[in-house]
Design a protein around this ligand. Structure first.
Ligand code: F6R
Length: 599
């Protein structure tokens, strides 16, 4: 969601460091931005509604400072405006904050009774007020922070400057990521490692209820009782974030095109032969697989459910993490819980994972970001190798998740002998050829552009399918609505006539995929039902179908284990070109953020 950057140095001007970090993090939250620094011991705060480039224009030319904190916001409490943007200053305290202070209204009331007046509707200003109150009361920063952690409910990564302590930044962390980087004579703070990679690869990770005191040459991290911790300095191992769109107009298109390599890279260690396949974890002791995730990652789980149940005869349930964390989970030691996350920081997924861990049940993760909060807690992690995904709408992370889950399920099928070895070898061969299999789809962008031209002025679009194709319909529909703002819904193909078909009128676009020969004729009948009512239908299929009543997008015949990869790319490209015709901000759709670190 929001992004935090901070820096303190002996000599270096930290303002370009902060702006640079904010630009790197901007894809995570971008409704407003702010920066504060000390200029000759005077606190300067700049805030804008809008993007970091606007903030940059607002900052005094030649501004120089050795200490500062900065933020890009994704609004939780209070509308998007300059007043609600961070940093927030109350009395001696200036903070930027990621997360949500859940008991902010009670705290606000108490502080107001003590004479505090607040300017914004942000929960962060209340947090600043509370810190100021304790700091005035105890005249001791450690006691202030410890008391603050006891009194505040919710999640927070806080980066704080204090008026009369000019060379030090304090940080406090619970349930929102925060790291502290170090290099000669300069320290860095960020919500995400990429923000500081240009300056250092060495950093400490703060865990929940830890806080830190940071000067240019010294980093001290404490537990909630104030004991000094001996933390391990990490060295970043992942790829550095590239801000280069290459030949593409948008990151989303670049990331769609990258899929032929990111899928291959992700599954590469497992597809050469059966020995390689069996490097994947053995799931045979489990009677049930639960998959828990949010959004697109949950849709990857739905595709996996189909493959688990159909090809390994293993019961698989898929849960939205936001629901899972508050429901009865029927856990026991015969259940494996698989968590899927691109960012590895999604608050609901993280909370659901903590719940499973509290129940002492086994966990496995499919995660893209190494050393992320989710990756650090899981019993076992399989990493997708999608690289950094910058466009807010997930594409290459989704296909990497689906491909990795598919080979995991294939390994399970081998161990359970539910698919013959001969067939498994053939599927592995197809996986090895995935790049050339996907090429014709990725090279056929004109077709999808033409379809986008037909639908971009529509107000409603429907996606239908059965089984695995239904899971893909859900992801196709989400892609379209999140970046083009066209209302769209996905339905199980057989369900439409139980109510929703009343919304089909002349030329309503309906997309379907029919890639399972066992049930294709059923889906096609459902498509006929909507064409008869005037819908304009597009069908993705690997079958030879002659029918002029809908437009057919033919894909290659491959095993069911690869079909989701071939079906989803046309949906991604149609969504992309539709948003482009509508002149939408494709990489940064309104109201969204890349990493959802609040529940
Ligand atoms: C949609 C999208 C989101 C994410 C969801 C989970 O394109 O990207 O729906 O899939 O917020 O995020 P991660 O995978 O980071 O846990």
């Amino acid at each position: 969601m929001c992004g935090i950057v901070g820096s303190v140095s002996t000599k270096t001007n930290i303002i370009p460091i902060l702006l640079d970090g904010l630009k790197t993090l901007e894809y995570r939250g971008y409704d407003s931005a702010g920066l504060s620094y000390l200029k000759n011991s005077k606190l300067i705060i700049n805030k804008v509604k809008g993007r970091v480039k606007e903030l940059e224009k607002n900052i005094e030319k030649d501004a120089f400072s050795n200490i500062g904190i900065a933020h890009t916001r994704w609004a939780t409490h209070g509308e998007v405006n300059e007043t609600n943007a961070h940093p927030h200053n109350v009395g001696n305290i200036t903070i930027v904050h990621n997360g949500i202070i859940e008991n902010f209204s009670k705290l606000k009331h108490k502080l107001e009774e003590k004479g505090y007046k607040f300017k914004s509707s942000s929960d962060t200003e209340i947090a600043a007020g509370l810190l100021d109150y304790y700091y005035k009361k105890y005249e001791n920063i450690d006691k202030t922070i410890q008391k603050f952690m006891k009194k505040v409910d919710g999640s927070y990564a806080i980066c704080m400057m204090i008026n009369n302590i000019p060379n030090t930044i304090y940080v406090i962390k619970k349930d929102s990521p925060l790291i502290i980087g170090t290099n000669k004579n300069t320290s860095y703070i960020a919500s995400d490692v990429p923000a500081i990679l240009k300056y250092t690869k060495n950093y400490y990770i703060l865990e929940d209820y830890e806080y830190g005191k940071i000067t240019a040459n010294n980093i001290t991290i404490y537990d909630k009782e104030g004991n000094i911790l001996n933390k391990q300095l990490k060295e970043y191992q992942g790829s550095t974030l590239t801000s280069d769109k290459g030949i593409y107009e948008h990151y989303m298109l670049k990331e769609i095109m990258e899929q032929k390599t990111t899928i291959r890279k992700t599954i590469n260690p497992y597809i050469n032969n059966i020995d390689d396949l069996l490097k994947l974890p053995d799931l045979t002791k489990y009677e049930r697989i639960d998959i828990i995730a949010c959004g697109t990652a949950m849709h990857a789980g739905l595709a996996a459910k189909y493959l688990f149940e159909e090809y390994t005869n293993t019961k698989c349930e898929v849960f939205l993490a936001s629901e899972y964390r508050y429901q009865n989970n029927f856990l026991n030691n015969k259940v494996l819980s698989i968590f899927i996350s691109q960012s590895g920081e999604t608050a609901d997924t993280l909370a659901a994972l903590k719940k499973v861990k509290e129940n002492k049940c086994d966990t496995l993760g499919i995660v893209n970001v190494k050393e992320s909060s989710i990756a650090r807690i899981l019993d076992k992690v399989l990493y997708t190798e999608a690289g950094t995904e910058i466009a807010v709408a997930s594409t290459k992370a989704y296909t990497a998740q689906v491909a990795l889950l598919s080979v995991l399920i294939l390994a399970h099928a081998y161990r359970k002998k539910s698919i013959k070895e001969e067939k498994i070898l053939k599927i592995l061969e197809e996986f090895r050829a995935v790049t050339s299999i996907l090429n014709p789809i990725l090279e056929g962008t004109k077709t999808y552009e033409n379809i986008a031209k037909e639908i971009y002025e529509k107000s409603d679009v429907f996606y239908i399918g059965r089984g695995l194709d239904y899971a893909l319909a859900m992801e196709g529909s989400l892609k379209l609505k999140e970046i083009s703002y066209i209302h769209s819904e996905a339905y199980a193909a057989g369900e439409l006539k139980h109510g929703t078909i009343s919304l089909i009128t002349k030329n309503t676009p309906v997309f379907a995929s029919a890639t399972n020969k066992k049930i294709n004729t059923k889906t096609i009948s459902n498509l006929k039902e909507v064409t008869s009512r005037g819908a304009k239908c597009y069908l993705i299929t690997d079958e030879d179908i002659q029918d002029n009543s809908f437009e057919i997008l033919k894909i290659k015949k491959v095993s069911m284990f690869l079909k989701p990869l071939l079906t989803i790319i046309p949906y991604q490209l149609i969504a992309y070109y539709t948003a482009k015709f509508k002149n939408c901000d494709i990489d940064k759709p309104r109201n969204l953020a890349k990493s959802v670190t609040v529940e």
